[in-house]
Design a protein around this ligand. Structure first.
Ligand SMILES: [Zn+2]
Length: 309
């Protein structure tokens, strides 16, 4: 399997490369999603796996199981996060990406309920989790493939039920300043910090991705207990939402854990890199898209997940 040849670090880089692009929180959805045209030759080995997983509208009716790595894998027995909860609302319903491993769904329901007790937010707005059977997606994210990743908007849930239209059209708030060097003080609040902190403190959270400017603000404002800072990792994009990644569920041997976060708060040297000229103002380079993953490059078990009836 190709993943064996690629270090987990590289796999992470691949996982995140697409995060800032299409499918981000502020991209609008639609009230009338059009069904994808049928594939003429789905069995052709050259068919991108995203074309196959992107056409599965229901979970694989199998025992819940995470197979592979965050950026190369799939999900059996996925569960949908209910679109409304006491302290959450799912956004962009047209994408049908509110599916996850039961461990992720349980985490989100628990975490969302905790949010009103640690902040002034009535709850959270939930962006993409995974597709019903996980796998690569036709747009956006390279990760989110195994039902253990979730995007949470950096915008509080309003104190009322959102309409279908609002869930497709509403924009998340970009909390990063225009020069990208820090957060925008008119948008970033202590509640943002409290919500990210509550997520990072959950033992099942493996790491969290935020924009470097947000990490900088968190380093400055964290106060007393700073033990959770290590889990909050700077990355491209992530200025409208933060990304929560869970550890592999207990006893699931087909799930490949990511390397543990390095020790330390990550507030000094490694953070400075993200504010260097080459990161903030990259030279335009020709874009050479990577060839999409095919089924042969996915864990073998993902074929049964794809085909399960
Ligand atoms: Zn994400």
């Amino acid at each position: 399997m190709l993943l064996g040849l690629v270090s987990k670090r590289t796999a992470l880089a691949l996982a995140c490369a697409a995060m800032a692009g299409a499918g981000s929180a502020q991209e609008r959805g639609t009230l009338e999603p059009k069904p994808l045209p049928q594939l003429a030759h789905p069995e052709d080995p050259a068919t991108p796996a995203k074309e196959l997983f992107g056409r599965q509208a229901e979970a694989a009716p199998l025992a819940a199981r995470t197979i592979g790595f965050y950026s190369r894998g799939c999900l059996a027995g996925g569960r949908a996060l209910p679109v409304n909860g006491p302290a959450w609302a799912v956004m962009r319903l047209s994408r049908n990406r509110n599916w996850g491993h039961p461990a992720l769904i349980a985490f989100l329901e628990r975490f969302a309920r905790r949010v009103p007790s640690v902040s002034h937010w009535p709850g959270i707005l939930v962006g993409d989790l995974s597709q019903p059977r996980g796998g690569p997606m036709l747009t956006g994210h390279a990760s989110h493939q195994i039902g253990l990743d979730a995007d949470i908007w950096l915008t509080p849930m309003p104190n009322r039920e959102l309409s279908r239209y609002e869930r497709e059209e509403m924009s998340a708030v970009n909390v990063v300043r225009a020069d990208r060097l820090d957060v925008d003080p008119a948008k970033w609040t202590p509640d943002h910090l409290a919500v990210v902190k509550a997520a990072a403190q959950a033992p099942e959270v493996q790491r969290i991705f935020v924009n470097a400017a947000i990490k900088k603000a968190i380093c400055r404002e964290a106060g007393g207990d700073r033990s959770w800072l290590t889990k909050v990792r700077p990355y491209y994009g992530h200025d409208y939402h933060f990304h929560v990644r869970l550890v592999c569920p207990e006893g699931e041997d087909a799930c490949r854990d990511q390397d543990p976060v390095p020790p330390g708060e990550g507030c000094d040297g490694s953070l400075a890199y993200w504010f260097s000229d080459r990161v903030l103002h990259p030279k335009p380079a020709p874009i050479r898209p990577r060839p999409p993953l095919t089924m042969a490059q996915m864990p073998a078990e993902c074929r049964s997940v794809l085909l399960a009836k």
